[in-house]
Design a protein around this ligand. Structure first.
Ligand code: PMP
Length: 421
């Protein structure tokens, strides 16, 4: 959850210090992985499992089918024939790559169609699209602010937003998760000393499956003259009666929010990122945001076409959003009926954490794999030891039986391991 912040090393520069992987603290984690899953281990390695087929509720790995709760396929569009055909047709017509930065030769008709479709879907005046969700977020936050500014972000803000904040050079303060009282205090104490103040939050939090307190945030941003930027990576396509995101969910006009960042990799079965906001702001970002269209090659025709088809289907088939939300609600109900703790996740949001014991996470993942289920644990040091969880992503493709079977297994495994301790 907590992003690693790179601060300049205060120690004097060593002459000829070689670049060595083992100097990095994460190297010890790699060694732990090797020792856990090396030769003779009884544990199955759940990482980097190469699939040999498409992504739906099920993955094929080495000729065996696994039900997966680790993939982003919220609306069940990853294996949709219309999406796949749109990508193939785009390759045949436009080739495999954008060919240049969009401004100088890489622009393709499809880019504009996708941007119009995203603006229309999200309800903002305009949108612009880049090659990745992560890079779009880093670039936009990094570009829009500088050392005269203040960024107040939720402590659970995704690493891409935090890295953008670090890159911007603005003063950066994290506020306790969803704590609007603390945010108000920080705004009161710090707002006046800075040129711009931006509040950075996620729509649906990617580790906990809870939602931002948007109505209260709108009051605070107005009271203190701050901007609001929302990362809707997990809420666009999933939250709100027709999946338009947190503004729809809370009945807030999109004109109250300065900017959203979204991704094409979760609901929209593709790869890329987008920004949506006012026409004027988006035009600026479209031309000058460094990692978006300038200094970066455009998103490929296949990815653009897949996302465009997916956005059109999401709009035309709101029943998919309903199916997803029903599945997410059912999953949480079934999990709680099995005695599992889903933290503060909001019913209907398609991220459901199942709290587990950090020490038992690897065995649990391995047992699930043996039973043909995939669900990955988030463990220390990504989260504190007491906050380890299996993070389950729900899809419109899941059936109730898939959910019930996996949850039964998890509850049984946990009960079994409690007895042996
Ligand atoms: N924001 C959030 C909240 C995310 O969870 C992620 C990725 N999981 C991103 C941004 C980056 O999106 P992408 O993976 O499409 O680069």
């Amino acid at each position: 959850i907590r992003a690693k912040i790179q601060t300049p090393d205060a120690s004097p520069a060593q002459e000829h210090a070689p670049l060595q992987a083992r100097d990095y603290p994460e190297h010890a984690m790699l060694e732990r992985i090797h020792s856990l899953y090396g030769n003779g281990s009884t544990l199955r390695n759940p990482y980097f499992l190469p699939r040999s087929g498409t992504v739906s509720g099920v993955l094929e790995i080495e000729q065996e089918e696994y039900v997966t709760f680790s993939n982003y396929n919220y609306l069940g569009l990853s294996n949709d024939e219309r999406v796949k055909e749109a990508a193939c047709a785009a390759i045949h017509r436009y080739g495999t790559h954008a060919g240049a930065a969009r401004m100088v030769g890489g622009e393709c008709e499809l880019h504009r169609e996708l941007e119009r479709a995203l603006a229309d879907f999200t309800g903002f005046e305009a949108a612009t699209v880049g090659v990745g969700g992560y890079s779009t977020n880093v670039s936009a936050v990094g570009y829009l602010l500088d050392k005269r500014d203040l960024i107040l972000h939720d402590e659970y803000m995704h690493n891409s937003g935090v890295m953008g904040a670090v890159m911007s050079g603005a003063r950066r303060i994290a506020f306790p998760h969803n704590d609007m009282g603390a945010l108000k205090r920080l705004l009161g104490e710090n707002r006046k000393q800075h040129r711009k103040t931006v509040i950075l939050v996620e729509g649906a939090y990617s580790m906990d499956g809870d939602l931002v307190d948007l109505p209260r945030l709108i009051e605070l941003k107005k009271e203190f003259g701050a901007w609001l930027m929302i990362d809707e990576a997990h809420s666009c396509g999933t939250v709100g009666a027709t999946g338009r995101g947190v503004c729809e969910h809370f009945g807030v006009p999109t004109s109250e929010v300065e900017l959203i960042v979204g991704t094409l990799s979760k609901s929209f079965a593709s790869c890329g990122g987008f920004l949506a906001g006012s026409r004027e702001l988006i035009e600026l970002l479209h031309h000058f945001c460094p990692g978006l269209l300038l200094y970066s090659t455009g998103i490929s025709p296949a990815n653009t076409a897949a996302a465009l088809a997916a956005v059109e289907i999401a709009r035309a088939e709101p029943e998919r959003v309903q199916r997803l939300q029903n599945n997410a609600r059912t999953f949480k109900q079934l999990a709680e009926a099995e005695g599992l703790d889903c933290r503060t996740s909001v019913p209907g949001v398609p991220i459901v954490p199942l709290m587990i014991d950090d020490d038992k996470a690897l065995h649990l993942m391995s047992s699930l794999l043996e039973q043909r289920f995939i669900s990955h644990a988030v463990m220390h040091p990504v989260v504190p030891r007491e906050a380890a969880r299996l993070r389950c992503f729900i899809s419109a493709d899941h059936t109730q039986e898939m959910m019930a079977r996996m949850l039964r297994l998890i509850a049984t495994e946990i009960a079994g391991s409690d007895k042996t301790n």
